[in-house]
Design a binder for this molecule. Structure first.
Ligand SMILES: CC(C)(COP(=O)(O)OP(=O)(O)OC[C@H]1O[C@@H](n2cnc3c(N)ncnc32)[C@H](O)[C@@H]1OP(=O)(O)O)[C@@H](O)C(=O)NCCC(=O)NCCS
Length: 193
């Protein structure tokens, strides 16, 4: 799919796939992977493997799959991962992971909307901290995260290995207890600490 403009962007948490969602999600993810930014994947898996992967995401209780739609078509996604039940000490801490937007839908605000949706959900569930990590080569993502208030707390010199070479990584957290630190999230203005 190609696009020069997008007139509507919506975000939702998916609990089931509606007709067309799974192929659209696979197609968007495959395009992002081939473009070099595939949330860990370096080459796209076979379609049947990929469909099983996404179905698997929906059945893991701690995983919450958020998708961004551009004019109704799934254009990107990210996941909110909560701690397992036995980890009571981190019951209020979650990870934001696997963010991507298909190249055809980039720069329209899809990723920002997805993260805003995840932050809103995290606040509704009384989460206090949102963690994430990212390859230091993903400069667009880093700019997005820092622009939304995520604070870097660490580096890893060999966070990933791509084409046989180590790639550094950055670790970030967002303090959800202080709405003033959450930038660009309109609903955060309504949240009391
Ligand atoms: C990072 C990514 C998700 C951004 O998606 P997007 O929908 O194009 O982003 P948005 O349109 O919502 O842009 C939001 C902000 O991101 C940053 N950004 C987006 N694209 C950028 C680019 N090409 N260069 C620098 N900053 C960029 C900007 O801060 C932008 O805010 P602005 O428009 O006010 O300048 C997308 O480029 C992508 O999928 N990249 C590859 C995968 C990846 O890196 N995932 C993160 C792994 S943790």
């Amino acid at each position: 799919m190609t696009s020069n403009s997008v007139s509507s962007i919506t975000v939702e948490e998916l609990t089931e796939f509606r007709p067309g969602d799974l192929p659209d999600l696979c197609e968007a993810a495959e395009a992002a992977i081939l473009d070099g930014g595939g949330f860990g994947w370096l080459t796209p898996p076979e379609r049947d493997v990929f469909e099983r992967f996404w179905r698997g995401v929906l059945v893991v209780p701690e995983r919450h799959l958020f998708v961004g739609r551009a004019d109704g078509v799934i254009a990107g996604s990210a996941q909110l991962i909560r701690a397992p039940r036995n980890n009571e000490a981190q019951a209020h801490v979650a990870n934001l992971t696997a963010l991507f937007v298909a190249p055809w839908a980039r720069s329209f605000g899809v990723a920002r909307k997805i993260i805003e949706g995840i932050i809103d959900t995290a606040l509704e569930h009384d989460l206090k901290t949102l963690n994430l990590d990212v390859r230091e080569s993903q400069t667009a993502a880093i700019r997005l995260y820092e622009g939304m208030g995520f604070r870097q707390w660490g580096n890893h010199p060999a966070y990933a290995h791509v084409n046989g070479r180590p790639v550094g990584g950055r670790f970030y957290y967002l303090d959800l207890t202080n709405p003033e630190l959450i930038k660009g999230n309109k609903s955060s203005a309504d949240v009391s600490a």
